[in-house]
Design a protein around this ligand. Structure first.
Ligand SMILES: [Cu+2]
Length: 475
């Protein structure tokens, strides 16, 4: 039994004033197409992506730009687009002061290209390069980020969007990406580096920021015309914050979850929850009047404007009446009736019950483990990447993972290389599933991608604090 003071949603750095500073709506008009620099490409060769220091204007009221790490020095990094079934070829150059990798989140990828340091590749040392080359089987919204010290590297701004385009482009007027992140900044705009990897963050809710950003800016403003149909791709790149967004006066349809199409549905009271690493694609018919403004607010902490849609003065277009359903990616379904059961029991964390936890083959009581190794969570009684996989599957085997969140905290469970679903005819595919405190959920996975695949909590401090394992799919 470990007792720590319960984390409130307010960290010491997280005053309301600070938070509001980051969310004021006044700002320059940004069009979707201007969000990201074009990718640098060698003709007939790879896209060049350099992980390096840069800066971003994250605070509206402070002149200081924030020193960040970003792909091509920017946050977010360049948008990478590829046609479904097409090849992504990226040459990562590491100009950071520490080793790094790129993980292509949600892509059912060739194992050697999955970018997990220590499992699928050695991390790329400073000054060196690594080629990622793979095909993207599923159309949808994905993202990329390092998988080495991700609790620090993602928090410093290393991430970007990977869009796999449908062969027949959906009939929309604008395709808007909204990457939402939170940052822990000081009054001068500098990233709070002292608290990286702090035991308090690890054992509680993870590193929550005091500033929101949308597409690397303190405000997201989108110009629209009345009657337009918009595809909005929301991506949560926060280390740990579960975003709760409310669409004010907007009527969005969810059309995809974690990159995979769903039968379109409306939001309940315009509210949506997006856990770290999750993506949701929306279809929105913009029915406001010319000159109007509509907003998306973030309500997990206080009511903050996350994005605004500013209607221009052009005459309204006729609003489309048709529903838009994206074409299914045709993922092979797990066989629920014959699936083999595997248990995944999460324990630990502040106020968690855990008798003994094994770490690198040695058994510890929890206080000792925290003190000596900074580990505080376990899957099936084991903290950190174990030598043996959580399970081993044959290709073509269906696995039922019975997840039991026996902790006082939520977790965003991510499986690599595969999508999975719960039972039920309309259960969506996921690559990341939010498990509330005390919740039990069974997910079904069809093992069809050979290799060693990580399973972890995508609250990156929880991952660093022990919530990491792997499974193997054997040919
Ligand atoms: Cu977690």
């Amino acid at each position: 039994m470990i007792c720590m003071e319960r984390e409130t949603m307010q960290s010491p750095h997280q005053t309301r004033r600070n938070f509001l500073t980051g969310a004021s709506a006044a700002g320059t008009l940004l069009l979707a197409s201007r969000f990201s620099a074009a990718v640098a490409k060698v003709p007939g060769g790879p896209i060049l992506l350099e992980a390096r220091p840069g800066s971003a204007q994250l605070l509206e009221t402070v002149k200081n730009r924030t020193s960040i790490w970003g792909f091509d020095g920017a946050v977010p990094g360049p948008v990478i687009r590829v046609k479904q079934g097409g090849e992504v070829w990226v040459r990562l150059k590491n100009s950071l002061p520490q080793p790094t990798t790129i993980h292509w989140h949600g892509i059912r990828i060739d194992n050697a290209m999955d970018g997990v340091a220590g499992l699928t590749q050695e991390p790329v040392p400073p000054g060196e390069s690594f080629d990622y080359r793979f095909t993207a089987p599923d159309a949808g919204t994905f993202w990329y980020h390092p998988h080495n010290r991700s609790w620090e590297q993602v928090a410093r701004g290393l991430y970007g969007t990977l869009i796999v385009e449908e062969p027949d482009a959906p009939d929309v007027d604008q395709d808007i990406i909204a990457i939402i992140d939170d940052w822990r900044l000081g009054e001068d705009g500098a990233i709070d580096e002292e608290s990286f990897g702090s035991m308090r963050d690890k054992s509680h809710l993870g590193r929550l920021g005091n500033i929101l950003s949308i597409n690397g800016k303190f405000t997201g403003e989108f110009g629209v015309r009345s009657g337009e149909r918009i595809r909005l791709r929301l991506i949560n790149t926060c280390n740990a914050r579960i975003l709760k967004l409310r669409f004010e006066e907007l009527n969005p349809y969810v059309i995809a979850v974690d990159g995979q199409p769903v039968t379109p549905y409306e939001l309940d009271h315009g509210l949506v929850t997006i856990a770290p690493a999750q993506r949701i694609d929306f279809l929105i018919d913009m029915t406001g009047a010319a000159g109007a403004t509509q907003a998306i607010t973030e309500v997990s902490q206080s009511r903050l404007v996350a994005a605004t849609f500013n209607y221009n003065q052009l005459p309204a277009l006729r609003v489309r009446t048709s529903k838009l359903k994206l074409r299914d990616n045709g993922l092979p379904h797990p066989d629920i009736s014959s699936a083999r059961n595997v248990d995944l029991i999460m324990t630990g964390g502040a106020m968690g019950q855990a008798d003994k936890i094994t770490y690198k083959g040695t058994s510890y009581d929890m206080r000792q483990l925290v003190r000596e190794h900074g580990m505080v969570w376990a899957f099936n009684g084991n903290a950190g990447m174990p030598k043996e996989p959580l399970f081993s599957a044959r290709i073509g085997e269906s696995i039922a993972v019975r997840m039991d969140n026996d902790t006082r905290w939520p977790h965003a469970m991510h499986f690599h290389g595969h999508h999975f679903r719960e039972a039920g005819p309309s259960a969506p595919w996921h690559d990341t599933l939010l498990m509330e405190a005390g919740e039990k959920r069974t997910i079904y996975l069809y093992a069809d991608n050979p290799g060693k695949w990580m399973i972890h909590c995508h609250m990156l401090e929880h991952q660093a604090g022990g919530m990491a394992s792997w499974f193997e799919v054997k040919a």
